[in-house]
Every structure is written in structure tokens, then in C-alpha cells.
Design a protein around this ligand. Sequence first.
Ligand code: EZ4
Ligand code: CO
Length: 415
Amino acid sequence: MTIESAEVLVSSPGRNFVTLRITTSDGVTGLGDATVNGRELSVVSYLKDHVVPLLVGLDEHRIEDTWQYLYRGAYWRRGPITMAAIAAVDTALWDIKAKIAGLPLYQLLGGRSREGLLCYGHASGADLPELFDSIRHHQAEGYRAIRVQTGIPGLPNVYGVASSANSATTAEGVTARYDHEPARPGSKPVEESWDTRAYIRHVPTVFEAVRNEFGPELPLLHDAHHRLTPIQAAKVGKSLEPYDLFWLEDVTPAENQAVLRRVREHTTTPLAIGEVFNTIHDYRELFEEQLIDYVRSPITHAGGVTGLRRIFDYASVYQIKSGVHGPTDVSPVGLAAAIHLGIAIPNFGIQEYMQHSAATHDVFQTDYTFEGGMLKPGEAAGLGVEYDDVAGAAHEYAPAYLPVNRLLDGSMHDW
Ligand code: EZ4
Ligand code: CO
């Protein structure tokens, strides 16, 4: 059998998703997620104009060879657009292979290594009462690990905090108060503000209050979202040590990896990095010098199941664990693939899970479950995701950008 066709499906059930569907000459279909939040159409073109024509006629079982063909064959290596396109092809081919085998994908990846994937959700609040309310709301939904982000006194709007702009009532009539995921429809990015000194003063007081209210056991996470210099990162890591974080994420932009040594010399707070990384090469220094504890890359942005599994195997040599990115801009296809991989690998750490909207699940019907704070794959053959063409076509692409970030004097800063 061979690959007969491949279609690039764009749908926007509240946010934009790019999905690749490959069909074999026997009529077996497979899905892959190619969504790059805020830059979606560049992957659509990469796939439609440059990848789909190459796929037709290939043996759908040759997953590794197809990966190498697209990676080495592009000549222009790495990068989020290329690696998302390769990820979509790779995931769709794994979906097809597992469907042909009549097995859920995780069985082809070695079978179960655990009962379910411990997940964390995103709690946030402009102030402490709102934050506590959000943490309780997440606990009531079953979450057993929680990311904490709050407003900072003096700053009008900050990353990770649900704001009035995105707490509007959705098409389904649900008030998405805590679904902050930030690419907002519109022709220009929203502007957020930042003051590093105010953040450094405020963040330990938040974790002290949360520990006092919720006790020592609850695993807590926090995302610094690439905003600190190494010495500032060291200071924040140190100041949070008494509150025993599960991890502190993206402390610096991490383009300068060697300097993370300085952060490590100063703090034992575990570090998670990599949601914007896309290849195994991006992790070499971080792994070999044991500069991080958790790997953040998702299947969608790191070359698919094949790319991410290789990264996790490499990480395991250094006792580094998975902590896969799972915001709502990774589609249910990308999330399902992460669940199959996460249930199978030996070095699973935690899975981020923000929960997609009902409108998103009308387009992507999934068989994974979330219960007692754990995600579990379903038992359908393949990835266990069906794409509904009618529901998908009802939501046209709408331009949307991630916010940009400025310091109080107007300078551009990392978002
Ligand atoms: O900003 O997914 O840990 N989660 C994050 C996310 C990212 C968005 C970018 O598309 O940092 O909120
Ligand atoms: Co993050």
C-alpha cells in the first residue's frame, strides 16, 4: 500500500488548528497536528506546497525513512515550521500504522509503563483570593498538580492570568474564566506589560500564601515565561526553595544555554525548559550538563512521535523526565499522541493539560479520558481521534496573534 493523498485541514473552533490527514490506497486515514500558535498559515503552506506532493506514492509503513527524507531532504534544518510539518506527517503515519495493526498507538511504543499520566492545570488570579478560588476550582475538577500564575501589583496585565479580554462567554455559553490561552483573534497582537523587579519581589509572597492555604503536599508549578536574566533566574529559584516547587519553567530565553550553569549553582528548584525547542540538538548542552530536570517539547513542535521519543530516550540517560507542553494550542491530535507516548516511556514526569473547549471537541472527537487528575489513552486502534469535517468547516480561519510584552518604559521584552 502507499500514501494516496494528504489534506491540510484548517479549523478555528475558538482558536486556530492545522491538521494533516493522510489517506492510504486502502482507505486508512491518519491525523497529525501541525498547529504553530500565531503563525498557523506558514505551516499550511509548508505542508501544502512542499510536503504533500512528496508524500503521494510513498510506503506509509516507512515512518523513520519518511522522517529522514523530510528532515535531511529539506536541506534547511530545524525550526518550528519545518519541525511542525514533519511532526504532522510522522504522527499521521503512526496513527495509520497502529490502525492497520488494530492496536492503540501506545502498544506499538512498548505498551503501558503506568496506569495514567499525572497532569497539571493552570490556576491563576489577579490577586490571592481569585487565585485560591481558581486552585480550588482545579482541585474540584480532579487536578492533583497545579501551575500558579498571578497578577503583579502595578502591572495592568501579565502572562498567565485570565483577564477580562479572555474571560468572555464563549459560543457554547461557557464562561472561560480560566482558559487564558493567549492568541486572541485580531489583526494585531495584544500588548502586555512587565517589570522584573516587581515580579521578583512579588512571586515568593504568592507561593508563601499558597503553601499556607493549601499545605505542603500539593505539587505546585510556575512559569517565568522566558523573562529573566540568568542571575535574576538564580534569585527567583532561590527565593522559591522554601515552597518546594515541582518545577520552575522557562526562567530565561535559553538561547544562551551554557549560562544556565550559573542558575544551577545557586538553586535546587527543579527547572523545566523546551516548549519552544524543536529538535534533539537543542537539548544537548542542557542534558549533558544536567542543567534541566524536565523536557517541555510537545509532539507537535518537535518532529512528532519519532522526534520526541528520541529526545526522551536521550533525556533518560541523565535522569531527566518528560513534562510535555499541553496548552489548548496543541490540538487534541497532538495531545492524544502525547498521551500514547507518555503512558509508554520509562521517564515520564508530568503532562500539562488545559482542556479544550466543547467547540474544539466537536471538531476533534477523542477517546482519552481525564479522571482523578490523570489522563489515560483510549483503546481504539490508532491515536483514537476522529476529525469531523462538517464541524471543522463551520469554523473559518481567523488571524490571531500571541501577545507582545513591553517594559514600563515601552521597551520590547521577551513574552
Ligand atoms: O505561552 O502555548 O506553559 N505554557 C505556556 C503557554 C504558551 C503558549 C504559546 O502558544 O507557556 O501558555
Ligand atoms: Co510555558
